[in-house]
Design a protein around this ligand. Sequence first.
Ligand code: O2Y
Ligand code: MN
Length: 601
Amino acid sequence: MSTVPTTNRKLMDWVKEVAKLTQAANVYWCDGSQAEYDRLCQEMVKAGTFTPLNQKLRPGCFLARSHVSDVARVEDRTYICSQAKEDAGPTNNWADPNEMKTMMTGLYSGCMQGRTMYVIPFSMGPLDSPIAKIGIELTDSAYVVVNMRIMTRMGKAVLDKLGATGSFVECIHSVGAPLKPGQKDVAWPCEPDPAKKYIVHFPEEQAIWSYGSGYGGNALLGKKCLALRIASSIARKEGWMAEHMVILALTSPAGKKHYVCAAFPSACGKTNLAMMQPSLPGWSVKCLGDDIAWIRVGEDGRLYAMNPESGFFGVAPGTSNQSNPNAMKTIVKDTIFTNVALTPEGDIWWEDMGIPAPAKAIDWEGKEWTPDCGRKAAHANARFTAPAAQCPVIDEDWQNPAGVPISAFLFGGRRPSTIPLVNEAFSWEHGVFMGSSTGSETTAAALGKAGVLRRDPFAMLPFCGYHMGDYFAHWLSMAGRTDRSKLPKVFFVNWFRKSPEGKWLWPGYGDNSRVLKWVCERIEGTGKAVKTAIGNLPTADGLDLSGLKTTPEDMKQLLAVDPEGWNAEIADISANYDKFGAKLPAALKKELEGLKQRLGV
Ligand code: O2Y
Ligand code: MN
């Protein structure tokens, strides 16, 4: 769209100002139409950014390969630029907002030369939702435009809703690769120097400035930047919550339905849980979201969750018909794959896809690949971008503007020892304590060292837009915003327990439905539990283990309370709490003390 399709003066002036600064060759206002999406995909095919896949095998699908330096979110280059350093807290990088703006204005100066600046109007949340937020992303990447069309509600309808005077979150994004006259473009332009990439948030102004990366969370600014970092800061002020949580619906054979939100650090199988195929006969799981939940108190006093996104940006390696059959069905068409391998048939492949490796392929770097070449064919953080509507188990209420009422929160992590399979909190405060002490062992896929316990409170460590101590207090304050009896029950789950010999104790995947069944029973007041020092655990006959090969000895380990392990756990939680100093809420100190006393350690 070339004419300016808005009467919003603030928007028009800002677009003009950024176009002038970046010296973009053209300004294009995205209308969000299918025709526009198709045209941009074809332009990217011509430019070498996209490879069309075999249209018989994967209709409407494309493969993109990123630059080798631009393969994941960059936490060390991510900043929260609040006016006061104290407000960003000890878990965020901070810089003075004025200094950061001055420096980045220098980077943005002329950075879109030779490129089109796309104006992307988008809504996080259904347009008719009272808590949807409008953002406008200005970007010089067509890859970002087409991904944003899948991940958000994008285009003309958003501008119509914005009207002449509506406000929006300003999001500026540049790949940081201006083109000189006559200079040939590359397939994946970006700033290759990691030290020159910046993902910057200005929470007080509700603005996001990103420079140098074209990948995922660094560039699709509606996702982690707006829907978590900026939204968490807005939510604190407005009395709601922006969480790194899946939303799923569980229905029992008797037809009773419960909605559950679950927070897990990255690489713990969140998407697999969100779309799980239960092994228990008669149970069904429906998906409402696989990454982010916006939660508010409803008129009836219950907490309601809404998925602000409209697509999945799922990690490809490890996704298979065993781990996530519904994701495999979601990505059969109209999906963008990034950094996976290309087979000679024009299909995609990745490690642990549950399909034998092709005899040869083109790997994520565009190099010839064979199974014995000693390299991975797909990057560990290779992704698929797919419309949520294509998920065969998408819940009928996934676009309900009011959200859905939540019965339980689950927290979890990859914990080989100590942490039991499932543990129910005694109270809201105890549940907040569980969320605040969430941690997970790093995997080889994550950057850094594998097998190290990383505390990741509420799975929000990389995504909380303000001081984490204040965030804990905000969670605690939810108890004062409604009748306690209306609050969801809280559970901590651990699908990743190992025996001392290193054997997985729990089968996971669809068998996690056995744990979810107990969660539903506890909500309904029928689940059998024993009160222990750490929380309410299922009794020996509390979990439905019918047809499962797990031995009673393994179950004993899965549900044991190990005082020695908990002693070490408490020391580690306590050391992590020390980071938050005076901002650590007294209620959480009390929970930690209470746990120590109950365990007698
Ligand atoms: O590396 C990236 O840019 C993607 S990270 C991501 C993508 C989808 C959902 N969650 C995450 C995450 O890191 O939590
Ligand atoms: Mn995530």
